[in-house]
Ligand binder design. Structure first.
Ligand code: ADP
Length: 472
């Protein structure tokens, strides 16, 4: 097993990784930018190294500084977390070349799956359904027109190197395609330095359902069930839950097998996530993420495992500790992402200082965050500052628990989306589990009407009792 791991990340995920390493008796090195010297991960890691100035390009994306920090502190491995360099094949290769184990898949796998057009073509060859669209990338606007006319409008133009919903454009009419293609290419070039595009049919208001995969070096692959991540704003997830209210056992089995087929086709090793859009009972592969996901705790709560620990064990060459039939998924788990943003002004990011903080606790509640009173939320990084995760035997009990947790949670000094996710826990469509990726847009006015929250909190228990009796 590794003796010392460098964590090439910050915030809640860096702290999350430090915690598992400590439990595994592995020493940790936190790296930080000049803006993050007071990060909790820096305080709890065994050692820490400043790797540059606040802008990510000079610190968390500075491969040479990170590799040098790992070598100077005698690390054997690097955990990249999510975002930053976690899906950067060049960084994984640099680790390999410097005798450091990259905790994730091999660099060639990251490269192949990171090209979403190539990944699509590969999995289609292995019989996994993909959204109707182009075979790989489209060379020019003329071929994009041909594909779009073949599959029928509306279509989505997507960047092969895309992520975080960037480089993606919806096109409703043939005459709009050229302008949207120019826009999407420009965004993709700016974000990823690569404007390779592909075309998919737009599935109208699908659900986003993804499967957690674990695969070891010997080629054993298991899945740990699904997460429903359909509550999204601008293609960014806000709430995730497992199991998905949309799957029955037979669909779960079918999608789980498809997810395993994707991992097998890619000769995958490590933890990974296979993402699908689901429309009725039809599901289509959209991409495989080669890192730990923000929403991984939802899966951990249900299977009682530690996915970071499994990633580390796999990277150290160990076998999976269980086979598919031993995977024991129980109860229901929900996660709400907490973002430092102002919902009343287009959800714009709201950096600042946390003046007062109270985190919820109690049975079945987990809070993953790097927050503390007096801590500063930096304008340089993502506005996602923490996650509240609950577990309960049934979905309804999990919703009640989430309501209670959010009621208790207090963050003063910065604006957050706390009230918005809290209101979602009272929304009729959400309670019925009948929601899709259009949910937030559909209910936006109601979800911004924060004045209604107090009344909901006071009368909510009554609604829930009625729902509960119906359920029983
Ligand atoms: P990114 O890597 O940028 O996050 P994805 O391919 O994972 O992009 O898609 C992000 C979200 O966009 C999905 O969760 C889903 O809501 C939506 N989406 C992607 N492809 C389609 C599609 N073909 N039809 C409808 N919605 C889609």
């Amino acid at each position: 097993m590794f003796r010392k791991i460098l964590i090439a990340n910050r915030g809640e995920i860096a702290l999350r990784i430090v915690r598992t390493c400590r439990e595994m008796n592995i020493r940790t090195v936190a790296v930080y930018s000049t803006a993050d010297a007071d990060d909790l991960a820096v305080q709890f890691a065994n050692e820490s190294v400043c790797i540059g100035e606040a802008p990510s390009a000079q610190s968390y994306l500075n491969m040479d500084n990170i590799i040098t920090a790992a070598l100077c502190t005698g690390c054997d491995a690097i955990h990249p977390g999510y975002g930053f360099l976690s899906e950067n094949a060049e960084f994984a290769r640099l680790c390999e070349e410097n005798g450091l184990v990259f905790i994730g898949p091999e660099s060639q796998t990251i490269e192949m799956l990171g090209d979403k057009a190539r990944a699509r073509a590969l999995v289609a060859q292995h019989g996994v359904p993909v959204v109707p669209g182009s075979d790989g990338a489209v060379a020019d606007s003329a071929s994009a027109h041909v594909v779009a006319q073949r599959v029928g409008y509306p279509v989505l133009l997507k960047a092969a190197a895309g992520g975080g919903g960037r480089g993606m454009r919806r096109v409703d009419r043939d005459e709009d395609l050229d302008a949207s293609l120019d826009e999407a290419c420009a965004e993709a070039r700016a974000c990823f330095g690569d404007d390779t595009m592909y075309v998919e049919k737009l599935i109208v208001n699908p659900r986003h359902v993804e499967f957690q995969i674990l695969a070891d070096e010997e080629g054993h692959i298991i899945h740990l069930g699904e997460r429903d991540c359909s509550v999204q704003r601008n293609h960014q997830k806000m709430i995730e839950e497992s199991p998905s209210p949309a799957l029955d056992e037979s669909l779960r089995e079918e999608m789980g097998q498809a997810a395993i087929a994707v991992a097998a086709a890619a000769h995958y090793r490590s933890a990974g996530t296979v993402e699908f859009v689901l429309s009725g009972r039809n599901f289509y592969f959209i991409e495989m993420n080669t890192r730990i996901q923000v929403e991984h705790p939802v899966t951990e709560m249900r299977c009682g495992c530690d996915l970071i620990k499994e990633q580390i064990r796999i990277a150290a060459g160990l076998r999976l500790p269980l086979i598919q039939s031993q995977v024991d998924m129980r109860g229901h788990s929900i996660e709400c992402r907490i973002n430092a943003e102002d919902p009343q002004h287009g959800f714009r990011p709201c950096p600042g200082t946390v003046e007062f903080l109270h985190l919820p606790g109690g049975n079945g509640i987990r809070v993953d965050s790097g927050l503390y009173a007096g801590g500063v939320i930096s304008p340089f990084y993502d506005s996602m500052i923490g996650k509240v995760i609950v577990w309960a035997p049934t979905r309804l009990e999990a919703i009640r628990k989430m309501r209670r947790a959010l009621e208790e949670m207090t963050i003063e000094g910065v604006d957050t989306n706390l009230d918005v996710v809290h209101l979602i826990m009272f929304n009729g469509d959400f309670l019925r589990g009948s929601y899709n990726t259009g949910f937030i847009e559909k209910h936006l006015d109601e979800l911004l009407d924060i004045a209604r929250l107090t009344e909901k909190v006071e009368t909510g228990a009554v609604d829930m009792n009625a729902e509960h009796r119906k359920d029983e």
